[in-house]
Design a protein around this ligand. Structure first.
Ligand SMILES: Nc1ncnc2c1ncn2[C@@H]1O[C@H](COP(=O)(O)OP(=O)(O)OP(=O)(O)O)[C@@H](O)[C@H]1O
Ligand SMILES: [Mg+2]
Length: 336
């Protein structure tokens, strides 16, 4: 199921509870697709990156070649958020009347601490990668953070589009950016759409510089909205995108899987499959056989709750699949 998803889709998200094997499964899937000749980008969106740990090398925020046809990237939320705010601040200062400059600074300082700031910045990067991905890679595999974080991230494009809509509406009523700024419920948006070349202020139709600014703001907001709508469209397109939930066959990971599945469904995201990792062997002693039986009980519950969602089981290995050779071997064991 993983291989067929990796063959047929352009974007895969790998999610699930902490420690179940998301990064390992994401890597194995990416390697399998790369071996088949797809150009793959493996992206970690988990603030506590372990992609580099698994590969035994530093990866970081620049695209790095990991294997033939496979590139890797770790998005750093701290750095992404900082860069994002710097751009926002610069753009806002250009758009605002000069006497409001200190208001912009105050706003930006507060924004740094806003809840959701990191997620918003990450989402922006994901949107960029999805847009670029169409050109440079055939498949994007996102190794995501543990469930709760990712579920919120997946709901964001819709919220952000709605928020931008609200801003546009407000702006058309007020026609003055000062008011829009004062009404900023969320920190980052207005300026963020201002990324890109900013030419000098051009007078609007009336020749009034305030009109020119308002036109500029409107067009930036619209650009921003298109970006989120594009991402939302990609996320909701089950021909293009699938979400894979990784779990172990234990009580809590099963419950968390059901919860994540429900949250994703509410966000309109298709769950393409469930990967049950670290299945205990039946033939390696009584202890593990007992565990295997317990696991089978939990999986029965899962299958009853989510009938029709493809499910793949991967065995518990005696060692940890760490380093390129072990990851290649793990990947080679993925069923076709
Ligand atoms: N099938 C397996 N057999 C044995 N060990 C495994 C298996 N799959 C993963 N592991 C090991 O389990 C640990 C956790 O795996 P991994 O880092 O992929 O999980 P994760 O879900 O990405 O964790 P986190 O939530 O911390 O990002 C790692 O040490 C990994 O090598
Ligand atoms: Mg991980």
């Amino acid at each position: 199921m993983l291989r067929s998803l990796a063959r047929a889709r352009r974007v895969l998200f790998i999610g699930g509870k902490g420690g179940v094997g998301k990064t390992t499964v994401a890597t194995a899937t990416a390697l399998a697709a790369a071996r088949e000749g797809r150009r793959v980008l493996l992206v970690s969106t988990d603030p506590a990156h372990n992609l580099g740990h698994l590969w035994g090398c530093g990866i970081g925020a620049r695209v790095r070649r990991l294997a033939p046809n496979l590139d890797g990237l770790e998005l750093d939320p701290e750095q992404t958020a900082r860069a994002h705010l710097e751009e926002v601040g610069a753009a806002l200062r250009k758009l605002m009347p000069e006497h409001l400059g200190s208001e912009v600074d105050k706003h930006m300082a507060l924004s740094r601490e806003t809840p959701g700031m990191h997620e918003a910045a990450m989402l922006e990067r994901i949107a960029e990668l999805v847009e670029q991905g169409d050109r440079e890679h055939d498949l994007l595999v996102f190794d995501t953070a543990p469930s709760g974080h990712t579920a919120r991230l997946m709901a964001l494009p819709e919220m952000m589009s709605a928020w931008v809509d609200g801003m546009l509406h407000r702006q058309s009523r007020s026609r003055h950016f000062g008011e829009v700024l004062r009404g900023l419920g969320r920190d980052d948006d207005v300026g963020r759409q201002a990324i890109g070349p900013m030419e000098g202020t051009r007078a609007g139709a009336t020749g009034d510089p305030t009109d020119a600014r308002d036109d500029r703001i409107r067009s930036l907001l619209n650009r921003r909205r298109h970006r989120f709508e594009h991402l939302r469209g990609v996320l909701a397109d089950r021909e293009r995108t699938a979400f894979v939930i990784v779990l172990t066959a234990e009580r809590l990971p099963v419950l968390e899987t059901l919860e994540l599945h429900a949250q994703l469904q509410r966000s309109g995201i298709h769950v393409g499959g469930l990967v049950v990792n670290k299945r205990s062997p039946l033939d390696a002693g009584e202890f593990l056989a007992h565990r295997a039986a317990l696991e089978a009980g939990h999986l029965g519950e899962l299958a009853r709750s989510l009938p029709g969602v493809p499910l793949l089981e991967l065995p518990l290995l005696p060692g940890e699949p760490v380093g390129r050779d072990a990851l290649e071997a793990f990947s080679a064991r993925l069923p076709g």
